[in-house]
Design a binder for this molecule. Structure first.
Ligand code: HEC
Length: 164
């Protein structure tokens, strides 16, 4: 049976290639139309820009991370750290090949240090590593010529993390 179908394939393939060399058959036309329509859909697919990811995901989770750490609410702090990380990995995913995607890795050492402080429930280490994290935000902004976006460590009574 296997042999027979192989024989059939070996005969059918050259014939279909010969036939296929002429005008595209209706099946090919239908498939091409489908590919075209999918390509158009892809072109219209919504991809969040780096600025949007910064403004919607990164800046808010950076702030909440601080507030949770200040309250020593380590479960919430870990959640916020994880969400913040999601912002950075989205840049790597959706903006592959851009300078900002290439620069994302610079934030990981500070992110890891914050993670460890949370795991250890160490408020002092959290504080200093959060400052390191915030510095890394600004290092990247400077490197990519967005240095006017200045991120700060919030101060008591002023729950803000950007300098205006
Ligand atoms: C990989 C480099 C990089 C890192 C790391 C980075 N940023 Fe950004 N950030 C950018 C770039 C690039 C822009 C400008 C994007 C644009 O406008 O299209 C930006 C813009 C911003 C903005 C302005 C968004 C707006 O619409 O007003 C904020 C706020 C911001 N970043 C917060 C942060 C915070 C907080 C961190 C650290 C937790 C951080 N960023 C880390 C590259 C980075």
């Amino acid at each position: 049976m296997k042999r027979l179908s192989l024989l059939f394939l070996s005969l059918a393939l050259p014939i279909s290639i010969l036939v296929g060399c002429g005008q595209p058959d209706s099946k090919t036309t239908v498939l091409q139309a489908r590919v075209d329509s999918l390509q158009n859909k892809l072109k219209l697919a919504y991809v969040p820009g780096t600025g949007e990811i910064m403004n919607s995901i990164i800046v808010s989770h950076h702030l909440k991370l601080w507030l949770a750490g200040q309250q020593k609410n380590w479960v919430l702090a870990e959640y916020e750290r994880h969400m913040l990380l999601g912002g950075f990995t989205r840049i790597q995913k959706y903006h592959k090949g851009t300078p900002e995607a290439a620069a994302v890795a610079m934030i990981f050492p500070a992110m890891d240090a914050v993670k460890k402080a949370i795991q250890d429930k160490d408020a002092n280490a959290f504080k200093s590593n959060y400052a390191l994290l915030t510095n890394s935000c600004n290092t990247c902004h400077q490197a990519l010529k967005y240095e006017f976006n200045v991120i700060t460590v919030p101060t008591a009574g002023r729950p803000e993390n950007q300098s205006f």
